[in-house]
Write a new protein. Structure first.
Length: 447
Protein backbone atom coordinates (compact mmCIF):
# COMPACT_ATOMS: atom_id res chain seq x y z
CA UNK A 1 0.00 0.00 0.00
CA UNK A 2 1.28 3.43 -0.83
CA UNK A 3 0.24 6.91 0.17
CA UNK A 4 -1.38 7.67 -3.13
CA UNK A 5 -3.41 4.49 -3.25
CA UNK A 6 -6.93 5.14 -4.42
CA UNK A 7 -9.37 2.96 -2.53
CA UNK A 8 -10.90 0.55 -4.98
CA UNK A 9 -14.31 -0.87 -4.36
CA UNK A 10 -13.57 -4.51 -3.43
CA UNK A 11 -16.59 -5.98 -5.20
CA UNK A 12 -16.03 -4.14 -8.48
CA UNK A 13 -12.31 -4.88 -8.30
CA UNK A 14 -13.01 -8.62 -7.92
CA UNK A 15 -15.54 -8.41 -10.72
CA UNK A 16 -13.07 -6.73 -13.09
CA UNK A 17 -10.35 -9.30 -12.33
CA UNK A 18 -12.83 -12.10 -12.86
CA UNK A 19 -13.82 -10.67 -16.24
CA UNK A 20 -10.22 -10.38 -17.34
CA UNK A 21 -9.28 -13.86 -16.12
CA UNK A 22 -12.35 -15.33 -17.87
CA UNK A 23 -11.70 -13.47 -21.10
CA UNK A 24 -8.09 -14.64 -20.98
CA UNK A 25 -9.11 -18.24 -20.62
CA UNK A 26 -11.94 -18.09 -23.15
CA UNK A 27 -9.88 -16.40 -25.85
CA UNK A 28 -6.53 -18.11 -25.23
CA UNK A 29 -4.44 -15.49 -23.45
CA UNK A 30 -3.65 -17.39 -20.27
CA UNK A 31 -4.51 -20.92 -19.14
CA UNK A 32 -4.07 -22.53 -15.76
CA UNK A 33 -1.06 -24.82 -16.11
CA UNK A 34 -1.78 -28.58 -16.18
CA UNK A 35 -5.47 -27.79 -15.94
CA UNK A 36 -6.54 -31.31 -16.99
CA UNK A 37 -4.82 -32.58 -13.82
CA UNK A 38 -6.58 -30.05 -11.64
CA UNK A 39 -4.09 -27.25 -12.29
CA UNK A 40 -0.87 -26.27 -10.56
CA UNK A 41 -1.35 -23.45 -8.13
CA UNK A 42 -0.04 -20.15 -9.40
CA UNK A 43 1.47 -21.58 -12.56
CA UNK A 44 0.17 -20.39 -15.90
CA UNK A 45 0.59 -21.16 -19.58
CA UNK A 46 0.37 -18.46 -22.24
CA UNK A 47 -2.01 -19.51 -25.02
CA UNK A 48 -2.00 -18.64 -28.74
CA UNK A 49 -3.18 -15.05 -28.15
CA UNK A 50 -1.32 -14.49 -24.86
CA UNK A 51 1.99 -15.57 -26.30
CA UNK A 52 1.63 -12.88 -28.98
CA UNK A 53 0.81 -10.17 -26.45
CA UNK A 54 3.64 -11.21 -24.13
CA UNK A 55 6.06 -11.37 -27.04
CA UNK A 56 5.02 -7.87 -28.15
CA UNK A 57 5.61 -6.53 -24.63
CA UNK A 58 9.09 -8.06 -24.64
CA UNK A 59 9.79 -6.86 -28.19
CA UNK A 60 8.71 -3.31 -27.30
CA UNK A 61 11.12 -3.39 -24.34
CA UNK A 62 13.96 -4.81 -26.43
CA UNK A 63 13.34 -2.27 -29.15
CA UNK A 64 13.50 0.68 -26.77
CA UNK A 65 16.32 -0.68 -24.57
CA UNK A 66 18.60 -2.33 -27.17
CA UNK A 67 17.62 -1.69 -30.78
CA UNK A 68 17.13 2.08 -30.45
CA UNK A 69 20.34 2.61 -28.43
CA UNK A 70 23.98 2.34 -29.41
CA UNK A 71 25.09 2.00 -25.79
CA UNK A 72 23.18 -1.16 -24.77
CA UNK A 73 23.87 -4.74 -25.85
CA UNK A 74 21.95 -7.93 -25.19
CA UNK A 75 22.66 -11.16 -23.34
CA UNK A 76 20.93 -14.49 -22.77
CA UNK A 77 22.53 -16.12 -19.75
CA UNK A 78 21.90 -19.53 -18.16
CA UNK A 79 18.96 -20.04 -15.84
CA UNK A 80 20.78 -22.55 -13.61
CA UNK A 81 23.64 -21.16 -11.57
CA UNK A 82 26.19 -22.53 -9.10
CA UNK A 83 25.88 -21.61 -5.40
CA UNK A 84 29.01 -19.44 -5.66
CA UNK A 85 27.18 -16.88 -7.80
CA UNK A 86 24.36 -16.52 -5.29
CA UNK A 87 26.71 -16.51 -2.32
CA UNK A 88 28.47 -13.54 -3.87
CA UNK A 89 25.24 -11.77 -4.79
CA UNK A 90 23.88 -12.18 -1.27
CA UNK A 91 20.83 -14.18 -2.38
CA UNK A 92 21.70 -17.27 -0.33
CA UNK A 93 22.00 -15.24 2.85
CA UNK A 94 19.39 -12.57 2.32
CA UNK A 95 16.87 -13.39 -0.39
CA UNK A 96 14.05 -14.28 1.94
CA UNK A 97 10.65 -13.17 3.11
CA UNK A 98 9.26 -13.37 6.66
CA UNK A 99 7.10 -16.50 7.03
CA UNK A 100 4.57 -17.50 9.70
CA UNK A 101 2.60 -20.71 10.01
CA UNK A 102 -0.91 -20.93 11.43
CA UNK A 103 -1.04 -23.47 14.31
CA UNK A 104 -4.73 -24.09 13.66
CA UNK A 105 -4.77 -24.88 9.94
CA UNK A 106 -1.04 -25.21 9.13
CA UNK A 107 -1.27 -22.69 6.29
CA UNK A 108 1.78 -20.51 5.69
CA UNK A 109 1.78 -16.79 5.02
CA UNK A 110 4.09 -13.88 4.30
CA UNK A 111 3.91 -11.63 7.37
CA UNK A 112 4.29 -8.37 5.46
CA UNK A 113 1.36 -9.27 3.20
CA UNK A 114 -1.22 -10.14 5.84
CA UNK A 115 -4.33 -8.08 5.35
CA UNK A 116 -5.18 -8.07 9.05
CA UNK A 117 -2.33 -8.35 11.55
CA UNK A 118 -2.31 -11.63 13.51
CA UNK A 119 -5.36 -13.04 11.74
CA UNK A 120 -4.95 -16.12 9.57
CA UNK A 121 -6.41 -15.41 6.10
CA UNK A 122 -7.08 -19.13 5.57
CA UNK A 123 -9.10 -19.96 8.73
CA UNK A 124 -9.66 -16.55 10.42
CA UNK A 125 -7.99 -17.74 13.67
CA UNK A 126 -6.57 -14.96 15.81
CA UNK A 127 -3.05 -15.05 17.33
CA UNK A 128 -2.47 -18.54 15.98
CA UNK A 129 0.78 -17.79 14.16
CA UNK A 130 4.20 -19.23 14.98
CA UNK A 131 7.18 -16.89 15.42
CA UNK A 132 8.11 -15.30 12.12
CA UNK A 133 11.16 -16.82 10.40
CA UNK A 134 13.03 -15.92 7.25
CA UNK A 135 12.16 -18.22 4.33
CA UNK A 136 14.66 -18.28 1.42
CA UNK A 137 12.92 -17.91 -1.94
CA UNK A 138 15.52 -19.70 -4.06
CA UNK A 139 14.70 -22.96 -5.87
CA UNK A 140 17.50 -25.47 -5.39
CA UNK A 141 18.03 -28.61 -7.44
CA UNK A 142 20.72 -31.15 -8.33
CA UNK A 143 22.61 -31.30 -11.61
CA UNK A 144 24.19 -34.64 -12.54
CA UNK A 145 23.08 -38.12 -13.56
CA UNK A 146 23.05 -39.88 -10.18
CA UNK A 147 20.43 -38.86 -7.69
CA UNK A 148 21.95 -37.46 -4.55
CA UNK A 149 25.50 -37.30 -5.89
CA UNK A 150 25.22 -34.36 -8.26
CA UNK A 151 26.18 -30.82 -7.48
CA UNK A 152 23.79 -28.23 -6.24
CA UNK A 153 22.46 -25.61 -8.60
CA UNK A 154 19.96 -22.83 -8.15
CA UNK A 155 17.36 -21.50 -10.55
CA UNK A 156 18.05 -17.78 -10.91
CA UNK A 157 15.68 -15.56 -8.91
CA UNK A 158 16.46 -12.63 -11.23
CA UNK A 159 18.28 -12.34 -14.56
CA UNK A 160 20.73 -9.72 -13.26
CA UNK A 161 23.58 -11.93 -12.03
CA UNK A 162 24.34 -13.16 -15.57
CA UNK A 163 24.99 -9.56 -16.58
CA UNK A 164 27.38 -9.01 -13.67
CA UNK A 165 29.31 -12.26 -14.04
CA UNK A 166 29.70 -11.59 -17.80
CA UNK A 167 30.68 -7.94 -17.39
CA UNK A 168 34.30 -8.48 -18.51
CA UNK A 169 33.31 -10.85 -21.37
CA UNK A 170 30.81 -8.36 -22.73
CA UNK A 171 33.00 -5.30 -22.22
CA UNK A 172 36.02 -6.89 -23.92
CA UNK A 173 34.11 -8.42 -26.84
CA UNK A 174 32.06 -5.31 -27.60
CA UNK A 175 34.73 -2.73 -26.63
CA UNK A 176 31.99 -0.67 -24.99
CA UNK A 177 33.05 2.01 -22.53
CA UNK A 178 30.93 3.10 -19.56
CA UNK A 179 28.31 4.38 -19.72
CA UNK A 180 26.97 1.23 -21.39
CA UNK A 181 24.36 -1.37 -20.56
CA UNK A 182 23.68 -5.09 -20.81
CA UNK A 183 20.05 -6.09 -21.26
CA UNK A 184 18.36 -9.44 -20.84
CA UNK A 185 14.88 -10.92 -21.00
CA UNK A 186 14.18 -14.30 -19.49
CA UNK A 187 12.57 -16.52 -16.91
CA UNK A 188 13.23 -16.18 -13.20
CA UNK A 189 12.04 -18.34 -10.34
CA UNK A 190 11.08 -17.50 -6.78
CA UNK A 191 9.48 -19.84 -4.31
CA UNK A 192 6.99 -17.16 -3.29
CA UNK A 193 5.25 -17.88 0.01
CA UNK A 194 1.94 -16.48 -1.18
CA UNK A 195 1.71 -16.36 -4.97
CA UNK A 196 -1.47 -14.51 -5.85
CA UNK A 197 -3.43 -12.17 -8.01
CA UNK A 198 -3.26 -14.27 -11.16
CA UNK A 199 0.02 -13.63 -13.02
CA UNK A 200 0.95 -10.68 -10.78
CA UNK A 201 2.94 -12.87 -8.40
CA UNK A 202 3.88 -16.34 -9.59
CA UNK A 203 6.75 -18.69 -8.81
CA UNK A 204 7.91 -18.78 -12.42
CA UNK A 205 7.84 -15.49 -14.32
CA UNK A 206 9.64 -13.46 -16.92
CA UNK A 207 11.77 -10.42 -16.33
CA UNK A 208 13.22 -7.67 -18.50
CA UNK A 209 16.32 -6.25 -16.85
CA UNK A 210 19.13 -3.95 -17.82
CA UNK A 211 22.35 -3.24 -15.96
CA UNK A 212 23.77 0.14 -16.95
CA UNK A 213 27.45 0.51 -16.02
CA UNK A 214 28.61 4.07 -15.46
CA UNK A 215 31.64 6.03 -14.18
CA UNK A 216 30.95 6.43 -10.41
CA UNK A 217 30.56 10.21 -10.56
CA UNK A 218 27.89 9.90 -13.27
CA UNK A 219 25.62 7.51 -11.31
CA UNK A 220 23.15 10.14 -9.97
CA UNK A 221 22.66 11.60 -13.44
CA UNK A 222 21.97 8.20 -15.04
CA UNK A 223 19.71 7.14 -12.21
CA UNK A 224 17.50 10.16 -12.96
CA UNK A 225 17.68 9.42 -16.67
CA UNK A 226 16.52 5.80 -16.39
CA UNK A 227 13.88 6.65 -13.79
CA UNK A 228 12.24 8.99 -16.31
CA UNK A 229 12.88 6.86 -19.36
CA UNK A 230 11.23 3.80 -17.88
CA UNK A 231 8.17 5.71 -16.68
CA UNK A 232 7.69 7.14 -20.16
CA UNK A 233 7.90 3.67 -21.72
CA UNK A 234 4.64 2.58 -20.07
CA UNK A 235 2.91 5.85 -20.97
CA UNK A 236 4.04 5.61 -24.58
CA UNK A 237 2.52 2.13 -24.83
CA UNK A 238 -0.85 3.34 -23.68
CA UNK A 239 -1.06 3.09 -19.88
CA UNK A 240 -3.02 6.20 -18.84
CA UNK A 241 -1.18 8.59 -16.55
CA UNK A 242 -3.93 8.20 -13.93
CA UNK A 243 -3.01 4.49 -13.58
CA UNK A 244 0.73 4.99 -13.23
CA UNK A 245 2.90 6.50 -10.52
CA UNK A 246 6.52 6.66 -9.48
CA UNK A 247 7.22 5.85 -5.86
CA UNK A 248 10.60 6.68 -4.37
CA UNK A 249 11.73 4.29 -1.65
CA UNK A 250 12.15 5.76 1.82
CA UNK A 251 15.61 5.62 3.41
CA UNK A 252 14.63 2.61 5.57
CA UNK A 253 13.42 0.63 2.54
CA UNK A 254 16.72 0.95 0.65
CA UNK A 255 19.17 -1.96 0.60
CA UNK A 256 22.47 -1.03 2.27
CA UNK A 257 24.29 -0.60 -1.05
CA UNK A 258 21.58 1.40 -2.85
CA UNK A 259 21.61 5.17 -2.84
CA UNK A 260 18.28 5.42 -4.61
CA UNK A 261 15.43 3.15 -5.67
CA UNK A 262 12.11 4.06 -7.25
CA UNK A 263 9.25 1.82 -8.30
CA UNK A 264 6.99 2.34 -11.26
CA UNK A 265 3.59 1.38 -9.87
CA UNK A 266 0.35 0.56 -11.64
CA UNK A 267 -3.17 0.88 -10.33
CA UNK A 268 -4.26 -2.78 -10.31
CA UNK A 269 -7.93 -3.49 -9.53
CA UNK A 270 -6.96 -4.11 -5.88
CA UNK A 271 -4.67 -1.07 -5.55
CA UNK A 272 -1.19 0.11 -6.48
CA UNK A 273 1.42 -2.56 -7.25
CA UNK A 274 5.00 -2.55 -8.51
CA UNK A 275 5.69 -3.01 -12.23
CA UNK A 276 9.36 -2.18 -12.19
CA UNK A 277 12.13 -1.07 -9.85
CA UNK A 278 14.87 1.34 -10.88
CA UNK A 279 17.87 1.24 -8.53
CA UNK A 280 21.19 2.98 -8.15
CA UNK A 281 23.19 -0.03 -6.92
CA UNK A 282 26.64 1.55 -6.58
CA UNK A 283 29.53 -0.86 -7.24
CA UNK A 284 28.16 -3.54 -4.89
CA UNK A 285 27.51 -6.27 -7.48
CA UNK A 286 30.78 -6.07 -9.39
CA UNK A 287 32.80 -5.73 -6.16
CA UNK A 288 31.10 -8.78 -4.65
CA UNK A 289 31.78 -10.95 -7.70
CA UNK A 290 35.39 -9.73 -7.89
CA UNK A 291 35.89 -10.56 -4.22
CA UNK A 292 34.26 -14.00 -4.32
CA UNK A 293 35.65 -15.18 -7.67
CA UNK A 294 39.10 -13.64 -7.45
CA UNK A 295 38.61 -12.31 -10.99
CA UNK A 296 39.60 -8.79 -11.90
CA UNK A 297 36.37 -6.96 -12.69
CA UNK A 298 36.97 -3.34 -13.57
CA UNK A 299 37.19 -0.95 -16.47
CA UNK A 300 40.54 0.26 -17.74
CA UNK A 301 40.14 3.79 -19.04
CA UNK A 302 42.85 4.32 -21.64
CA UNK A 303 42.18 8.03 -21.87
CA UNK A 304 43.19 8.60 -18.25
CA UNK A 305 45.30 5.46 -17.84
CA UNK A 306 43.29 4.52 -14.76
CA UNK A 307 41.08 1.67 -13.57
CA UNK A 308 37.77 1.83 -11.79
CA UNK A 309 34.82 -0.36 -10.87
CA UNK A 310 31.74 1.02 -12.63
CA UNK A 311 28.59 1.81 -10.71
CA UNK A 312 25.33 0.23 -11.80
CA UNK A 313 21.88 1.65 -12.54
CA UNK A 314 19.34 -1.17 -12.85
CA UNK A 315 15.85 -0.89 -14.33
CA UNK A 316 14.25 -4.29 -13.48
CA UNK A 317 10.79 -4.99 -14.88
CA UNK A 318 8.48 -7.99 -14.96
CA UNK A 319 7.33 -8.98 -18.45
CA UNK A 320 4.41 -11.10 -17.33
CA UNK A 321 3.36 -8.49 -14.76
CA UNK A 322 3.58 -5.73 -17.39
CA UNK A 323 1.48 -7.82 -19.77
CA UNK A 324 -1.18 -8.06 -17.09
CA UNK A 325 -1.11 -4.28 -16.57
CA UNK A 326 -1.48 -3.62 -20.30
CA UNK A 327 -4.46 -6.00 -20.38
CA UNK A 328 -6.16 -4.30 -17.43
CA UNK A 329 -5.55 -0.79 -18.79
CA UNK A 330 -6.89 -1.81 -22.20
CA UNK A 331 -10.05 -3.53 -20.97
CA UNK A 332 -13.21 -1.54 -21.78
CA UNK A 333 -16.88 -2.29 -21.91
CA UNK A 334 -19.31 -0.05 -23.72
CA UNK A 335 -22.90 -0.19 -24.89
CA UNK A 336 -23.41 -0.33 -28.64
CA UNK A 337 -26.94 -0.82 -30.00
CA UNK A 338 -28.13 -2.00 -26.56
CA UNK A 339 -25.43 -4.65 -26.43
CA UNK A 340 -22.27 -4.71 -24.36
CA UNK A 341 -19.17 -4.49 -26.49
CA UNK A 342 -15.97 -5.69 -24.79
CA UNK A 343 -12.97 -4.11 -26.39
CA UNK A 344 -9.27 -4.22 -25.59
CA UNK A 345 -7.90 -0.84 -26.55
CA UNK A 346 -4.35 -2.14 -26.79
CA UNK A 347 -1.70 -0.09 -28.54
CA UNK A 348 -1.39 -1.62 -32.04
CA UNK A 349 2.28 -2.42 -31.31
CA UNK A 350 1.15 -4.65 -28.43
CA UNK A 351 -2.04 -6.09 -29.92
CA UNK A 352 -1.74 -9.86 -30.56
CA UNK A 353 -2.95 -9.37 -34.14
CA UNK A 354 -2.64 -6.07 -35.95
CA UNK A 355 -5.23 -7.04 -38.52
CA UNK A 356 -7.93 -9.64 -39.18
CA UNK A 357 -9.00 -10.66 -42.67
CA UNK A 358 -12.70 -11.50 -42.81
CA UNK A 359 -14.45 -12.65 -45.98
CA UNK A 360 -18.13 -11.73 -45.89
CA UNK A 361 -19.02 -15.23 -47.00
CA UNK A 362 -17.28 -18.60 -47.21
CA UNK A 363 -17.85 -18.65 -50.97
CA UNK A 364 -14.87 -19.67 -53.06
CA UNK A 365 -14.79 -16.33 -54.97
CA UNK A 366 -13.95 -14.42 -51.79
CA UNK A 367 -11.35 -16.85 -50.44
CA UNK A 368 -8.88 -16.18 -53.28
CA UNK A 369 -8.60 -12.40 -52.63
CA UNK A 370 -8.34 -13.07 -48.87
CA UNK A 371 -5.41 -15.39 -49.38
CA UNK A 372 -3.65 -12.85 -51.60
CA UNK A 373 -4.18 -10.11 -48.98
CA UNK A 374 -2.86 -12.39 -46.22
CA UNK A 375 0.26 -13.15 -48.25
CA UNK A 376 0.82 -9.38 -48.74
CA UNK A 377 0.39 -8.45 -45.08
CA UNK A 378 1.89 -11.42 -43.22
CA UNK A 379 5.56 -10.49 -43.74
CA UNK A 380 4.86 -7.17 -41.95
CA UNK A 381 2.38 -7.96 -39.18
CA UNK A 382 0.35 -10.67 -37.45
CA UNK A 383 -2.82 -11.20 -39.47
CA UNK A 384 -5.69 -13.33 -38.20
CA UNK A 385 -8.06 -15.03 -40.65
CA UNK A 386 -11.60 -15.90 -39.64
CA UNK A 387 -14.21 -17.17 -42.06
CA UNK A 388 -17.02 -18.51 -39.85
CA UNK A 389 -20.02 -16.82 -38.15
CA UNK A 390 -21.87 -13.61 -38.90
CA UNK A 391 -19.63 -10.63 -39.62
CA UNK A 392 -20.88 -8.70 -36.55
CA UNK A 393 -19.88 -11.60 -34.28
CA UNK A 394 -16.49 -11.81 -35.92
CA UNK A 395 -15.91 -8.06 -35.32
CA UNK A 396 -16.77 -8.55 -31.65
CA UNK A 397 -14.34 -11.46 -31.36
CA UNK A 398 -11.57 -9.29 -32.77
CA UNK A 399 -12.54 -6.38 -30.45
CA UNK A 400 -12.20 -8.75 -27.49
CA UNK A 401 -8.60 -9.59 -28.33
CA UNK A 402 -7.71 -6.03 -29.27
CA UNK A 403 -7.21 -6.33 -33.05
CA UNK A 404 -7.01 -2.69 -34.21
CA UNK A 405 -8.17 -3.31 -37.81
CA UNK A 406 -10.58 -5.70 -39.48
CA UNK A 407 -10.46 -6.03 -43.25
CA UNK A 408 -13.67 -7.28 -44.85
CA UNK A 409 -13.64 -8.79 -48.31
CA UNK A 410 -17.12 -8.66 -49.89
CA UNK A 411 -18.68 -9.28 -53.29
CA UNK A 412 -17.97 -5.68 -54.35
CA UNK A 413 -14.30 -6.44 -53.84
CA UNK A 414 -14.49 -8.61 -56.93
CA UNK A 415 -15.67 -5.53 -58.88
CA UNK A 416 -13.65 -2.66 -57.41
CA UNK A 417 -10.55 -4.45 -56.02
CA UNK A 418 -11.12 -2.66 -52.69
CA UNK A 419 -11.89 -3.79 -49.14
CA UNK A 420 -13.62 -2.33 -46.08
CA UNK A 421 -11.30 -1.51 -43.18
CA UNK A 422 -12.98 -1.22 -39.78
CA UNK A 423 -11.30 0.67 -36.96
CA UNK A 424 -11.55 -1.11 -33.57
CA UNK A 425 -11.90 2.05 -31.49
CA UNK A 426 -14.18 4.24 -33.59
CA UNK A 427 -15.88 1.34 -35.41
CA UNK A 428 -15.76 3.55 -38.49
CA UNK A 429 -15.35 1.87 -41.84
CA UNK A 430 -13.36 3.00 -44.82
CA UNK A 431 -13.03 1.61 -48.32
CA UNK A 432 -9.38 1.01 -49.24
CA UNK A 433 -7.96 -0.37 -52.52
CA UNK A 434 -6.24 -3.73 -52.03
CA UNK A 435 -3.12 -2.37 -53.71
CA UNK A 436 -2.84 0.39 -51.13
CA UNK A 437 -3.80 -1.67 -48.06
CA UNK A 438 -0.29 -2.36 -46.76
CA UNK A 439 0.75 1.29 -47.11
CA UNK A 440 -2.54 2.32 -45.40
CA UNK A 441 -1.99 0.00 -42.41
CA UNK A 442 1.74 0.27 -41.72
CA UNK A 443 1.82 3.79 -40.20
CA UNK A 444 -1.35 3.06 -38.22
CA UNK A 445 0.23 0.05 -36.50
CA UNK A 446 3.45 1.87 -35.67
CA UNK A 447 5.63 0.40 -38.43
P1 LIG B 1 7.87 -7.74 -4.86
O1 LIG B 1 8.19 -6.70 -3.81
O2 LIG B 1 6.56 -7.50 -5.57
O3 LIG B 1 8.07 -9.13 -4.40
P2 LIG B 1 10.47 -7.24 -5.83
O4 LIG B 1 10.68 -5.82 -5.41
O5 LIG B 1 11.11 -8.34 -5.08
O6 LIG B 1 8.92 -7.51 -6.02
P3 LIG B 1 12.28 -7.16 -8.02
O7 LIG B 1 13.22 -8.09 -7.40
O8 LIG B 1 12.63 -5.70 -8.04
O9 LIG B 1 10.84 -7.36 -7.36
O10 LIG B 1 11.93 -7.68 -9.49
C1 LIG B 1 11.74 -6.81 -10.58
C2 LIG B 1 10.38 -7.04 -11.20
O11 LIG B 1 10.15 -8.41 -11.48
C3 LIG B 1 9.19 -6.63 -10.32
O12 LIG B 1 8.96 -5.24 -10.40
C4 LIG B 1 8.06 -7.43 -10.94
O13 LIG B 1 7.55 -6.77 -12.09
C5 LIG B 1 8.76 -8.70 -11.38
N1 LIG B 1 8.51 -9.76 -10.38
C6 LIG B 1 9.18 -9.97 -9.23
N2 LIG B 1 8.67 -11.05 -8.57
C7 LIG B 1 7.67 -11.54 -9.35
C8 LIG B 1 6.77 -12.63 -9.23
N3 LIG B 1 6.82 -13.47 -8.19
N4 LIG B 1 5.86 -12.83 -10.22
C9 LIG B 1 5.79 -12.01 -11.29
N5 LIG B 1 6.63 -10.96 -11.46
C10 LIG B 1 7.56 -10.71 -10.51
Amino acid sequence: MTDNETPVDAASSDELMEKIVNLSKRRGFVFQSAEIYGGTRSTYDYGPIGVLLLRNVKDAWWRSMVQMRHDVVGLDAAIMGPPAVFEASGHLANFSDPLVECRECNSRHRVDQLEVENVCPSCDSKDSFTESREFNLMFKTQAGPVEGSGHEVYLRPETAQGMFTNFMNVQMTTRKKPPFGIAQIGKSFRNEITPRNWVFRTREFEQMEMEYFVPPEEAPKWYEFWRNERFEWYLDLGIPESMLCMRDHDEDELSHYSSGTADVEFLFPWGWGELEGIANRGDFDLQQHAKHSGARIEFFDQATDSRYVPHVIEPAAGATRAMMAFLIAAYHEETVNDETRTVLRLDPRLAPYQVAILPLSKKEDLIGPCERILADLQPHMMADYDITQAIGKRYRRQDEIGTPFCVTVDFETLEDQAVTVRDRDTMEQERVPIDGLLAYLLPKIGK
